[in-house]
Design a protein around this ligand. Structure first.
Ligand SMILES: [Zn+2]
Length: 127
């Protein structure tokens, strides 16, 4: 099985601020790499705002079939997660879909659309 490109959510938390975004990547390492070269709101690249430990997080990220990776840098945590149709209920009002990663999005409001079962979901809120 070959790794296929998919949508990945990245979420930064910690002293460097709370930010998130989406990239298209094949694996966790690719997703972290693309997150670090994403523009942030002040016109800089995310990697530039994180400092040298951003690269250590990248070095530690696996280039494998994992669908999730969390790296800790100097005062921040960077998490990447492959976007998939939600298949688990955490809260009573959660939407539940089929778990497929065949999804399209995000739209203007941050929602993805599952091409398999048609569920609309926001990966930031879905498990
Ligand atoms: Zn689905």
């Amino acid at each position: 099985m070959e790794a296929s490109k998919g949508h990945w959510l990245w979420v930064l938390t910690g002293s460097k601020g709370d930010r998130n975004g989406y990239v298209t990547a094949v694996d966790p390492r690719d997703a972290v790499s693309r997150a670090l070269t994403s523009d942030v709101e002040d016109g800089r690249l995310l990697g530039d705002t994180l400092g040298p430990t951003g690269l250590e997080v990248l070095d530690a990220a696996p280039g494998n079939f994992d669908s999730e990776y969390t790296g800790d840098g100097d005062g921040f945590t960077l998490r990447v997660k492959r976007v998939g149709c939600p298949e688990h209920i955490r809260f009573a009002d959660d939407v539940v879909g089929c778990g497929s990663t065949n999804v399209s999005g995000p739209d203007e409001e941050g929602f993805f659309d599952c091409r398999e079962c048609g569920v609309f979901f926001n990966p930031l809120r879905a498990g």
